[in-house]
Design a protein around this ligand. Structure first.
Ligand SMILES: C[S@@+](CC[C@H](N)C(=O)[O-])C[C@H]1O[C@@H](n2cnc3c(N)ncnc32)[C@H](O)[C@@H]1O
Length: 279
């Protein structure tokens, strides 16, 4: 693993503050929009809905910019996705250009933030997935996802076991209100031998002998609350542990686990790779 330069370390120390400042700006525009254009004052009292709406505005504006430099480990991995897939939280579809459309038989994008759907459909078409890609206005929670899939006729008799060859979750588990429950649902929906493909920013792995940094760990704690409020996302979630404990304790639900930490020294360490469900 390569050590960061002082400049790299310093820039990652302030990157979360920069993203938070962009989100605050979009929050101000959201409030002005809700009060003066939509005139929907009730929305001001529904904080989760307001946060989701403000995030949609933020992601519509900056999603492509925040997706411009995806690491090669991720783009290579996404180009191998195949079969019938569930694309969880695709946002505006900025990752779809990395998919190989010829390898995909059918895709379902479950995206609960409805103000992202228009751009998502546009990007699916641009990536050559137009006919094969169905956008569902649902979240990954079972009470939302299962009826949405059933309505599409994907679940035989509403069963919901072993449907998908692959499930893709990119920068999304940190946004879900109940990530463990959602992962359990994804596990059930995955065929035995199927792959869960992921790329997630996670808690700094300091103390785990994989190049974590105490300083970045502390910085994550400083940023965690404004990041959660304005970006609607958990900056330091232990997603690796959640993935390991899906389908059984300590990785026993998976026949193979290939996960690596990128930028482990930073405030945005990222876990990239895949897990194969036991047959
Ligand atoms: C940071 S964006 C990532 C978008 C896309 N995956 C990418 O990497 O370009 C996080 C996405 O997760 C979605 N999301 C939020 N809550 C969710 C939930 N409960 N289930 C599924 N997706 C969710 C958001 O609407 C948003 O599109």
């Amino acid at each position: 693993m390569t050590e960061p330069t002082v400049k790299e370390f310093a820039s990652f120390a302030v990157v979360p503050a920069y993203f938070i400042s962009l989100a605050v700006y979009q929050w101000i525009l959201t409030l002005l929009d809700v009060v003066f254009i939509r005139r929907d004052l009730r929305l001001l009292l529904d904080v989760p809905k307001l946060k989701s709406y403000a995030f949609g505005r933020f992601w519509n504006k900056y999603g492509d910019f925040m997706s411009a430099d995806m690491p090669p480990e991720t783009t290579r991995l996404l180009s191998t996705v195949r079969g019938t897939i569930l694309d969880v939280g695709p946002g505006t579809g900025d990752q779809l250009c990395h998919f190989d459309s010829a390898k995909i038989t059918r895709a379902y994008g479950v995206e609960p933030t409805t103000n992202l759907h228009e751009k998502l459909r546009f990007n699916a078409k641009k990536a050559g997935l137009g006919e094969k890609y169905t956008v569902l206005g649902a979240g990954a929670e079972p009470e939302s996802l299962i009826p949405a899939l059933a309505k599409e006729g994907v679940l035989a008799d509403g069963a919901g076991e072993g449907i998908f060859d692959e499930i893709v979750v990119v920068r999304c588990l940190c946004h879900m209100p109940k990530p463990r429950e959602s992962l359990d649902t994804m596990y059930r929906l995955l065929k035995p031998g199927g792959r869960l493909v992921t790329h997630e920013h996670v808690c700094n792995p300091w103390g785990k002998e994989i190049g974590g940094s105490f300083m970045s760990l502390v910085l994550q704690y400083l940023y965690v609350y404004p990041w959660e409020f304005f970006i609607n996302c958990r900056l330091n979630q232990d997603t690796r542990k959640m993935l390991f404990n899906t389908g059984g304790r300590d990785g026993s639900g998976w026949s193979e686990i290939h996960l690596e930490h990128l930028l482990p020294w930073s405030t945005l360490p990222t876990l990239v790779g895949y897990l194969i469900k036991k047959t």
